[in-house]
Design a protein around this ligand. Structure first.
Ligand code: AGP
Length: 551
């Protein structure tokens, strides 16, 4: 931020409340990070993918590192840039051109007091135009109390601000870029939600970016190999117990299919509160994978401790860096999904599924089980998901808004799915009940005839996940069974399938099990629109907490 008041020197300052992605939350890893011998300071949001190789080269040049952050690497690289260029701006650009990944970065340097240099690549950054003061920030709420005039920046642009001037330059050429000033009409609360009505809706629409961030640095494009260095020092599990609660448990159930199919690793999904009180059998070569967005869920943490007491190696799959589970696991993989504010988990499950996909491919790679073609198809499909989902979300929301009308009076719902879609059915049901308070049962559709089908009647609608996969014919039969008992049916399906139901909801297909990444947000939006239509407190549903840190 830069400001100037008469009879005083220009004040300029940088600061960052970082969502930790590298290094535990500790003072040494806090921002700003210092470059060189104190020649400059930077704050950074994002992930520098190639920070390890850059760090190695800087260490060889004698740079001393005080933190575990990727940000400090960038700071020293800019300092190194001063030795190869004629100005601070050129050094800044020189360094950024070598950094791969995502960054929104701002820099102060005593060499140019009163100036802030900033830049963005695959991470948000906005310029605020004040009177006698200018701002750069990741998000509008940071400076909304001071100015409503903003300049939206694009990837590959550098900003240079002083207290009385601002300019935008192209990172690659340093040529000026023409930009227009826009005026924000939002109030502060709307601004925190990025203009969305609820955090849940914002987080549903963040899922394309979440998938991109999850994949960042984890695929060696040249060799089409999965990079999960967090797991390299651990053995491949002979058997894997996936332990979690709620939505995270559903993600683990979904991942089971991939671990078994691609890596041929037997998997036992476990509800943490059950696992911790059973006399479980853990063989010497077994491992556990505990999945927890918060990293603080009491039952999941207790299950991790039990497994560790039994001598079992434990991997954490978490979103919150430095939380309890990562501190007590043998290894942790972070989902890098950013803060999830809504109590109902949406983007967290999406990010967990991305990491589970990568883990299954990684173990298959280590066991030399996966043929190159399948791995190629899987990686190609994963990388295509962000754009595919970004394109689909708006129309999904429109469909959800239309679909809830005829079903808003329902007292109870069936959610049916088979195979990969069974965990999705459980998750769809959980979403509906936890935010709209309409009872819903997720069921394996093949199980319906063993009792629950007695529930079917015209007042008991079924949400059937009938994706275009090998089990589609079976699900289609189950739908017919429901219709024979006059149960209304919404079918979530893909183009090309043939179904005759009350409401057909067709969404794009993705390769193999990855259609789940399109089905999941559709159900999230159905629940969101239903809850909003019914006037429920979507972000803070009654009786619920974001993290269940007690039994
Ligand atoms: C899901 O919408 C809920 N927020 C809840 O089921 C949650 O997934 C569960 O409590 C587990 O939380 P965790 O991932 O933080 O461990």
């Amino acid at each position: 931020m830069l400001s100037h008041h008469p009879n005083t020197v220009a004040l300029n300052a940088i600061g960052h409340t970082r969502w930790a992605t590298h290094g535990v939350p500790a003072e040494r890893n806090a921002h700003p990070q210092i470059g060189g011998n104190g020649e400059l300071a930077i704050v950074h949001n994002g992930i520098i993918e190639n920070f390890q190789e850059l760090k190695k080269s800087l260490l060889a040049k004698g740079y001393v590192f005080r933190s575990e952050t990727d940000t400090e690497v960038l700071a020293h690289l800019i300092a190194e840039g001063r030795k190869h260029t004629g100005s601070l701006l050129e050094a800044f650009a020189w360094a950024l051109r070598q950094a791969h990944g995502a960054y929104a970065v701002a820099m102060l340097c005593p060499e140019e007091p009163g100036t802030i240099l900033a830049a963005r690549m695959a991470a948000p950054m906005i310029l605020g135009i004040g009177v006698g003061e200018h701002f750069v920030a990741s998000d509008i709420p940071a400076f909304l109390p001071y100015t409503r005039d903003v300049v939206f920046l694009q990837d590959g642009e550098i900003v240079r601000i002083t207290d009385h001037s601002w300019e935008v330059l192209a990172l690659d050429t340093l040529n000026p870029v023409q930009k227009s000033i826009q005026t924000i009409q939002w109030d502060m609360q709307s601004a925190r939600k990025g203009g969305y009505k609820h955090f849940m809706l914002k987080e549903i629409f963040e899922q394309p970016q979440v998938i991109t961030d999850c994949l960042t640095g984890r695929i060696d494009e040249e060799h089409e190999r999965i990079l999960l260095p967090e797991l390299d020092s651990l053995p491949v599990p002979a058997r894997l117990h996936i332990i979690a609660c709620g939505t995270s448990y559903h993600a683990g159930m979904w991942g089971q299919h991939l671990f078994e199919d691609w890596a041929r690793i037997p998997v036992i999904p476990e509800i943490a509160s059950e696992f911790r009180y059973r006399n479980v059998i853990l063989e010497p070569d077994d491992m556990v994978l505990v999945i927890s967005q918060s990293g603080e869920t009491a039952d999941t943490l207790a299950a991790l401790r039990l497994a560790r007491e039994r001598g079992c190696l434990a991997i954490g799959l978490c979103n919150v860096v430095g939380s309890s589970i990562p501190r007590e696991a043998n290894a942790v993989i972070y989902t890098q999904a950013g803060p999830e504010i809504s109590v109902a988990s949406t983007k967290a499950m999406c990010s967990q599924m991305v990491i589970l996909s990568l883990m299954a491919l990684y173990y298959a790679q280590r066991k030399r089980l996966l043929d190159p073609q399948t791995r190629h198809e899987a990686l190609k499909a994963l990388k295509a998901l962000p754009d595919q989902l970004a394109l689909s979300l708006p129309s999904m929301r429109e469909t959800a808004q239309k679909l809830i009308q005829p079903y808003s009076a329902a007292r109870s719902f069936f959610y049916l799915g088979r195979g990969h879609a069974f965990p999705l059915a459980l998750e769809g049901a959980l979403k509906l009940k936890e935010i709209s308070y309409i009872h819903a049962e997720g069921y394996a559709s093949g199980e319906m005839k063993h009792g629950p089908i007695a529930l079917i009647d015209p007042e008991f609608p079924t949400f059937a996940i009938a994706l275009d996969d090998a089990l589609f014919p079976k699900v289609k039969s189950n739908i017919v069974e429901v219709q024979a008992r006059r149960g209304p049916v919404i079918a979530l399906t893909n183009p090309g399938t043939e179904l005759h139901v009350d409401h057909l909801w067709t969404i794009p297909a993705a390769w193999g099990p990855f259609s789940a990444f399109l089905a999941l947000p559709a159900m999230q939006l159905f629940s969101y629109e239903m809850a909003d239509y019914l006037g429920k407190d979507v972000d803070q549903p009654r009786n619920l907490a974001k993290s269940v840190t007690v039994e």
